[in-house]
Design a protein around this ligand. Structure first.
Ligand code: AGP
Length: 610
């Protein structure tokens, strides 16, 4: 969602903070701002639009100081404009606040503060924080005391960073429900909502937990709870390299991440496959053999692309381990009355590990007695820290808003988990070995698809002006159809629907005419013959058929307009191959439409609000 970065030290902060914001821009980007405390009061610059607009503003009208906070916004309350951009200040310009999250009782607090004489400049929920802190500032009391008083009145979620001209060498930050970490340097300290913002300066970080507050000065940092009691925190080391969060010669992060997949899925598998035994080693599950054998239900919960990988995981587990499994939207799961017991396992899938709905669903499952297992990419993220056990994806930072490499790594992690579970229950070693060997071949197979990306680009050129797309698949490839449609929607703004191929005749078939491109995900698997009938139905109505298949099929001759081949694998692993051309198709169509694929409109990389 939004991004926060702050700095205290001896260096000039503005350039450093703007650099940090650029690395966070993928989280949200409708406006941005920066505030500095420099011994002469607070100075603020804000701009609507991208960080580059803020940068030009600061270059034209410089701002000075070595203590500052900055923010890139993705609007929740109030239109995306300069006035609503963070940082927000109080009536006397003594306090500046940046905030991620939502203050749920901001209406009541705003009314109360207005009655006390406070004047509001923006429509945001965040501004109440600046005024609450202003109201709580008492004599020479330190800033943190006023922040504690203010936060005790607030309902909702927050990751905040605050500076004050009365305490000019200090940043106070606090977290409840929105990620925040402190970066440790030599005589300098950082606060950030995401490690990407500070990775070029430090790899030593302290993650704040909910209900914790950090106080940063050039002399050091401390962490307190909201009763001002000191908390001892461990320091974590971040292993991601700076290269990993840069574009590495590709035009866009999304393309770079698509092309990284041979390597990233290898990283997900590394050291975990035991070929001879057709088994997998997963150190972090925190589930004994007996636990795994006695499970009677698995709930998979996630959002968006991660939910699509969950649908594939459900098929894996039911087919191979014979455990009843349901995949649920996290946003729905948390608000119903699901059946969960202490024999349930809740598998939580999230690239970021910070998605608010997914985190809340995990907490709900825990509350109801389930064990939780997180499939998470971002090390140290909230889901990774709160789950009972986990499988890290090791896909490296995913910056493109459209998730690509996280999806294939999630499916691999689900296949690894299935292998372990199924082999402990009912799967033969021969079957386990067949799956493990097929998994090992996947990186080269993905590479061979990427080597022919130009063929997909040519198809993109042909269909870049389409206004609708239909994606159809069956079995393991139905979730791939959903994922292909989601990719196209989010970056090209073309309306697209994913559907089970055979369901088409129950309604969507009415949409088909000569203008409708229909993408069939039809590798040669157990349901291939069935999908052929569905292709015939589309062709008979004049639809334009783009078919992702796995081998030359004479039966398809004359029925398809464009063919994209993927290598052959076992049925369950086809999604890892068939999704690649769909990622490329969405990418090339968006580029040919002149759109910003890494920063599609209205979207944020991780959705940390409900
Ligand atoms: C995918 O391309 C999306 N941008 C989005 O659906 C995403 O997968 C979803 O918000 C879940 O994010 P997470 O995996 O970080 O929890």
């Amino acid at each position: 969602m939004c991004g926060i970065v702050g700095y205290v030290g001896r260096r000039a902060a503005p350039g450093l903070l703007i650099e940090g914001l650029k690395r966070l821009e993928y989280r949200g980007y409708d406006s941005a701002g920066i505030a500095m405390s420099n011994g002469h009061g607070l100075e603020t610059r804000k701009a609507k639009g991208k960080i580059s607009t803020l940068e030009s503003l600061v270059n034209g009208n410089p701002i000075h100081g070595s203590v500052g906070i900055a923010h890139t916004r993705w609007a929740t309350h109030g239109a995306p404009n300069e006035c609503n951009a963070h940082p927000h200040t109080d009536c006397t310009n003594t306090i500046a606040v940046v905030h991620n999250g939502i203050i749920e009782n901001f209406g009541a607090l705003r009314t109360m503060l207005q009655k006390q004489g406070h004047t509001f400049k923006s429509e945001t929920d965040t501004e109440v924080l600046a005024h609450l802190i202003e109201a709580a500032l008492d004599g020479d009391d330190p800033l943190e005391d006023a922040v504690i008083d203010a936060l005790n009145l607030v309902q909702g979620t927050y990751g905040i960073a605050v500076i004050s001209s009365r305490d000019p060498d200090k940043i106070v930050c606090a977290r409840k429900g929105s990620p925040l970490l402190i970066g440790l340097g030599e005589g300098e300290f950082y606060v950030a909502s995401d490690v990407a913002a500070i990775l070029q300066h430090t790899r030593q970080v302290v993650y704040l937990d909910d209900g914790e507050m950090g106080i940063l000065t050039p002399q050091g940092y401390e962490v307190l709870d909201l009763n001002a009691r000191r908390i001892k925190k461990g320091v974590s080391r971040i292993d991601w390299s700076l290269d990993e969060i840069e574009k590495g010669g590709f035009d866009h992060f999304m393309l770079k991440e698509i092309f990284e997949q041979p390597q990233t899925i290898q990283n997900t598998m590394r050291g975990r496959l035991v070929i001879e035994e057709g088994f997998s080693k997963l150190g972090g599950l925190n589930l004994s053999k007996e636990d795994l054998q006695s499970l009677d239900q698995i709930i998979i919960t996630a959002c968006g692309t991660s939910w699509h990988s969950g649908l594939i995981g459900e098929l894996y587990i039911e087919e191979n381990a014979r455990i009843q499994t349901e995949t649920e939207y996290a946003s729905e799961f948390r608000y119903r009355n699901p059946i969960v017991s202490d024999k349930s396992l809740c598998v939580v899938i999230s690239q970021s590990g910070e998605t608010a709905d997914t985190l809340a669903a995990m907490r709900e499952a825990k509350r109801r007695g389930a064990k939780t297992l997180g499939l998470v990419n971002v090390v140290g993220s909230t889901i990774a820290r709160e789950d009972d056990g986990g499988i890290y994806l090791h896909a490296g930072p995913e910056i493109g808003v459209a998730s690509t490499k996280a999806f294939t790594s999630q499916v691999i992690a689900l296949a690894l988990f299935t292998l372990k579970l199924a082999r402990l229950r009912n799967m033969s070693v021969v079957k386990g070995r067949e799956i493990a060997e097929a998994m090992l071949a996947l990186p080269d197979q993905i590479q061979s698809i990427l080597d022919h990306a130009g063929d997909v680009e040519a198809i993109a050129d042909r269909f870049k002006d389409a206004t609708n797309f239909l994606y159809l698949g069956r079995g393991y490839n139905f979730p791939v159809a959903l994922e292909g449609a989601l990719k196209l929607k989010e970056i090209s703004y073309i309306h697209a629907e994913g559907y089970p191929a055979a369901e088409m005749k129950h309604g969507p078939i009415a949409l088909i005419d000569e203008e409708m491109p229909v993408v069939f995900v039809a590798p040669h698997d157990a349901v291939f013959e069935k999908v052929v009938s569905n292709i015939q139905e589309v062709k008979a109505r004049g639809g334009k058929v783009i078919c992702i298949t796995s081998q030359r099929e004479s039966v398809l001759e004359g029925m398809i307009d464009h063919e994209i081949r993927v290598p052959q694998t076992i049925d369950m692993l086809y999604p890892i191959l068939t999704v690649i051309p769909l990622q490329l198709l969405a990418y090339y169509i968006a580029v040919k439409r002149g759109l910003n694929v890494d920063q599609p409109r209205n979207l944020a990389k991780s959705v940390t609000v409900e």
